[in-house]
Design a protein around this ligand. Structure first.
Ligand code: UDX
Length: 342
């Protein structure tokens, strides 16, 4: 054993791990909701860079450990079971704040909890950002435009939202979350980024998520009838998840606070979506018109001029390219064996 001049044992040399903590330029990134659909794809992107330490905080209400299984045990990765309505103290450089159920059936299930997640969760994450000097990105939503009276929707449009409806816990919750972001920015100088995410789809969505793309694909693969909610002529614009993750990354690391729309401007009616699923995934799939839910927006399409100009971003994956990729993942998870073609 080495000893010092006064005979006391010498302190051990710093381990390479401890040393690296103070000498390398690794970025520490917190992702709330990182076990969810978009969150886990973002984790993949940040972990694959190899220069980040990624911490995920998730309460697993709609997210799942399964989505992160390839990173569990990795020295640059940490997973915390945490509900953002409670405070959290971690030393980080960046916070991607995604935590909130996003499927209408999930967010309407416990509306009071949804609004608490949006308001208290965002307050807690802004408090953390302020305390540790981190940059924070909020994933807001196209739902802040409500049932829009302008088409396509630009970021300047203030929206048409029912403040007391069944969707309000989510759309008004996200509107308050945006307000909090900008107030912390103006009042406390917190570095903020706000993304308004339009409908996103891709592998790893919950099979029973309840949103339209996952419903149609799961129904088609299970041999069930696709449920087109009335009237079927309502429109949405669907963005593939890898494009969305790229947009979030560029926004976080760019110079602009936003809000910035992120979405694919290709616009489809729900009947057209069902036809495309039939054509590309299961030719025998049938459709039926079922009752819709209250306050369903009649049309939605992002104007992405700002994202294109300020972030150099535009989606690359078309719906026709993305749907088969998602169906391949769903087939695997449903343990679906396609009958050999004759
Ligand atoms: O089985 C279904 C499910 C849904 N739909 C229709 O499909 C359209 C899209 O519904 P979804 O439930 O997929 O999603 P919504 O557009 O209503 O909300 C979503 O929008 C943007 C995101 O930010 C939110 O995460 C999410 O709330 C609606 O018009 C709905 O009526 C069907 O026709 N059939």
């Amino acid at each position: 054993m080495t000893t010092t001049v006064d005979g006391a044992p010498a302190p051990p040399p710093p381990s390479p791990l401890r040393l690296s903590k103070f000498t390398t330029a690794k970025m520490r990134i917190l992702i709330t909701g990182g076990a969810g659909f978009i969150g886990s794809h973002l984790v993949d992107r940040l972990m694959e860079e190899g220069t980040n330490e990624v911490i995920v905080a998730d309460n697993f209400f709609s997210g799942s450990k399964d989505n992160l299984k390839k990173w569990i045990g990795h020295p640059n990765f940490e997973l915390i079971r945490h509900d953002v309505t409670e405070t959290l103290l971690v030393e980080v450089d960046q916070i991607y704040h995604l935590a909130c159920p996003a499927s209408p059936i999930f967010y309407k299930y416990n509306p009071v909890k949804t609004i608490k997640t949006n308001v208290m969760g965002t307050l807690n994450m802004l408090g953390l950002a302020k305390r540790v000097g981190a940059r924070i990105l909020l994933t807001s939503t196209s739902e802040v435009y409500g049932d829009p009276l302008e088409h396509p929707q630009t970021e300047e449009y203030w929206g048409n939202v029912n403040p007391i409806g069944v969707r309000s816990c989510y759309d008004e919750g996200k509107r308050v979350a945006e307000t909090l972001m900008f107030d912390y920015h103006r009042q406390h100088g917190v570095e903020i980024r706000v993304a308004r995410i339009f409908n996103t789809y891709g592998p790893r969505m919950n099979i029973d998520d309840g949103r339209v793309v996952s419903n149609f694909i799961a129904q088609a693969l299970r041999g069930e009838t696709m449920t087109v909610q009335s009237p079927g002529t309502q429109t949405r614009s669907f963005c593939y998840v890898s494009d969305m993750v790229d947009g979030l990354y560029r926004l976080m690391n760019g110079e602009h606070t936003g809000p910035i729309n992120l979405g694919n401007p290709g616009e489809f009616t729900m009947l057209e979506l069902a036809d495309t699923v039939r054509e590309l995934i299961e030719p025998s799939a049938q459709t039926k018109i079922v009752e819709n839910t209250p306050d369903d927006p009649r049309k939605r399409k992002p104007d992405i001029t700002k994202a294109t100009k300020l972030l150099g971003w535009e989606p690359k994956v078309t719906l026709r390219e993305g749907l088969p990729l998602m169906a391949a993942d769903f087939r695997e998870r449903l343990n679906y064996v396609k009958k050999p073609q004759k």
